[in-house]
Design a binder for this molecule. Structure first.
Ligand code: SF4
Length: 260
């Protein structure tokens, strides 16, 4: 039997983002500015007082709402306010304090081990580089970007969560589904000093208007102008209203015939 040729899987590491045209960059900038007008106070929704608290909150927020994380963290930070205190804590106690979020067992373990590593390898301070942050248990690129951008004002990359991925498609910023490729595309399209705020703006718009289901496409002038989906949704809604009106008319006509 002939041997199958080994096919190389294209990794997102070797991915090169497209070269966006000046017009595409201008369009992206306009959308960014409009979003900034809509959400001037957009900020990280995870309540924190320092880089360590943000790191812990972000680890807890994986596949969990920020609202729930914010309910859990006050007790956790009261009991263990620093990496040193967390490193010395009993894992069982951390588990009990975070057991309302999903995957709490793994997350508690990650927080405990991350605290130990911060104490032993980083002198008790949350590291400030991507390479160091992703060495911590429970920390991947997305979490590291959140911490770098919001705790240290470092625009190393763009956070890509489900809202950002969805909106990046709808506004035609990217054609990819892989978060790493979406991030590369956004980094190529938007100026570096906007990356952290861009993520907040897209998350705000994703939560309030461009929801995953039942997006409120006709409620935002930004959408009607820049997202092709708005036109599709508007046509679908108009067709539905038309159909309803026709049905109503027919029912009324039938009722009239019955009476006479
Ligand atoms: S038009 Fe609709 S789908 Fe497009 S960005 Fe706006 S809310 Fe989202």
């Amino acid at each position: 039997m002939p041997k199958k040729k080994a096919t190389k899987k294209k990794s997102s590491r070797s991915y090169a983002p497209p070269t966006y045209t000046p017009a595409e960059k201008r369009r992206a900038k306009t959308i960014y500015n409009k979003l900034l007008e809509l959400y001037p106070d957009a900020h990280c929704a995870l309540i924190h007082k320092n880089p360590w608290e943000l790191l812990v909150a972000t680890i807890l927020s994986a596949q969990c709402t920020d609202v729930l994380v914010n309910k859990v963290t006050p007790d956790l930070f009261r009991a263990y306010p620093t990496p040193q205190a967390t490193a010395k804590a009993d894992l069982e106690d951390i588990r009990n304090l975070v057991n309302k979020v999903n995957f709490w067992q793994n997350k508690a373990k990650s927080i405990h081990n991350a605290a130990k590593m911060v104490v032993t390898d980083f002198n008790g301070a949350v590291p400030t580089s991507m390479d160091e942050l992703i060495k911590l248990p429970g920390v991947a690129r997305k979490t590291a970007n959140v911490v770098l951008g919001n705790a240290f004002n470092i625009n190393h990359g763009v956070v890509v969560d489900t809202h950002i991925a969805r909106l990046s498609h709808r506004y035609n910023f990217t054609k990819h589904k892989d978060p790493k490729k979406i991030e590369q595309d956004l980094m190529a399209l938007f100026p570096r000093d906007t990356w952290t705020m861009l993520a907040h703006l897209l998350i705000y718009h994703g939560r309030q208007v461009c929801k995953s289901r039942h997006a409120l496409c006709d409620q935002s002038p930004l959408c009607t102008k820049y997202c092709s989906n708005a036109k599709i949704v508007a046509t679908e809604r108009a067709n539905k209203t038309k159909k309803k009106a026709v049905k109503k008319k027919a029912t009324k006509k039938k009722a009239k015939i019955k009476i006479s």
